[in-house]
Design a protein around this ligand. Structure first.
Ligand code: SAM
Length: 235
């Protein structure tokens, strides 16, 4: 099955042009992966499900619409941001701590320009350092992160980027209850509230959860703290 049919079964519509953009992205990733290790998943059918469909599940939140400002924290090889940029027209910033991965993201953003209506801007840096800068703080409609760290630490990295009324979407595994319980104090302290929890299964049967947090008040200035501290003593 191709990505159009796979996504259709999850109520996600992908045009032929968007499919071409997604395929070009995967071709560039697999070519780069021969020298630089970006992903251990190299079968196209598995990539379609575990990387593309999973990233595109963000569209079911209806938050990712044309022109919205979106930051992907710990974007890695471009998930979920590149598929979301191709299929929704959000204005995308990617913050990634690894230089090698950021170089890859730059190449992708240049080559995919014909397929993204709005710019995709990769930044090499750490979220906790960018989240305190006035030109990044509380300016985004949406932040998202997939497979980066535990939810309580992730909230401290991501919520400072989100403006009041905006949302943070955390892509988590099927068993997110423990993480959610441990993150409830962090969410409140950082100015958020749980808006929705969406559970789904990928076609291979693996469970996933989207935790959608709404920003309802400003994040106190002292957050985010240094990475070692926010990991050692999460809120
Ligand atoms: N989101 C991608 C995905 O779902 O495939 C990448 C996941 S990878 C396991 C985690 C990524 O987060 C790595 O590329 C790492 O360099 C990045 N990362 C971890 N902590 C970070 C931080 N504090 N700021 C920016 N990037 C970070």
């Amino acid at each position: 099955m191709d990505i159009i049919e796979i996504a259709h079964a999850y109520d996600i519509k992908i045009s032929r042009t968007q499919k071409q953009g997604l395929n070009l992205f995967i071709d560039i990733m697999l070519e780069t992966n021969r020298r630089d290790n970006l992903t251990r998943i190299v079968e196209k059918s598995e990539i379609n499900v575990k990387h593309l469909l999973d990233s595109l599940m963000g569209l079911t939140t209806r938050l990712f619409s044309d022109g919205k400002k979106f930051v992907d924290v710990g974007a890695g090889a471009g998930f979920p941001s590149v598929p979301l940029a191709i299929c929704s027209g959000v204005k995308t910033t990617q913050i990634e701590a690894s230089r090698k991965k950021t170089d890859f993201l730059r190449k992708v953003s240049e080559e995919l320009t014909p397929y993204t209506q709005n710019p995709v801007t990769p930044i090499h840096g750490r979220a906790e350092e960018y989240g305190v800068k006035p030109e990044y703080r509380e300016l985004f409609d949406i932040a998202a992160a997939r497979a980066v760290t535990s939810l309580n630490a992730l909230c401290e990295l991501c919520l400072p980027f989100v403006k009041s009324g905006g949302h943070f979407v955390a892509y988590k595994s099927g068993e997110a209850e423990d993480e959610l319980n441990r993150a409830s104090a962090a969410i409140e302290t950082l100015g958020g509230r749980i808006a929705e929890i969406k559970k789904y299964s990928l076609p291979d049967g693996s469970g996933r959860t989207l935790v959608i947090i709404e920003k309802i008040s400003d994040t106190p200035e002292k957050y985010p703290r240094a990475y070692a501290k926010l990991k050692r003593t999460p809120l």
